[in-house]
Design a protein. Structure first.
Length: 153
């Protein structure tokens, strides 16, 4: 294998990694650092560090009630999902092939609705009689209807 072939996956992944760092990790780190700094309404963030913000949140009965309610709701949701999902997975694993596919489609089908609707919207925008094509023709940027190239399988 050449050096280029081994470095290609790393180069492809680096773009996503840089975006993840810049748009997710960095703001979280800045928020974490700022959460330990003293804030004054008149002067803004000061160069002093404190844990008073966390102490106030963790001792306030309102926030504690919200945390416990969230934890209870998460635990209840997890239990319900396990009670429904584990038997369902067991039954699906025991089914014969034609029925397994049908029931899997029935179970997963609702998750695909948004993908279908989104794809239909893009086809309406970018199709031969779509909004983009009509706009390009009316502006004189395209003489004939443009079509998306078909992907070969």
């Amino acid at each position: 294998m050449s050096a280029r072939a081994t470095s290609t996956p790393w180069l492809l992944a680096s773009t996503g990694a840089v975006l993840l760092l810049a748009l997710v990790v960095l703001p979280l780190v800045v928020t974490l650092v700022l959460s330990f700094q003293v804030y004054d309404a008149a002067t803004g963030v000061k160069d002093q560090y404190t844990v008073a913000h966390y102490a106030a949140v963790l001792t306030d009965p309102y926030y504690l009630a919200v945390f416990w309610r969230t934890l209870r709701l998460a635990a209840l949701t997890t239990v319900i999902c396990v009670l429904i999902g584990a038997p369902e997975a067991y039954i699906l694993s025991r089914m014969c092939e034609p029925w397994r596919s049908v029931f899997l489609l029935v179970i997963i089908g609702p998750l695909l609705v948004s993908v279908v609707v989104r794809t239909f919207g893009w086809s309406m925008l970018l199709g031969p009689t779509g909004l983009v094509n009509e706009a390009l023709q009316s502006l004189g940027m395209a003489r004939a209807r443009l079509s998306m190239p078909r992907q070969r399988s």
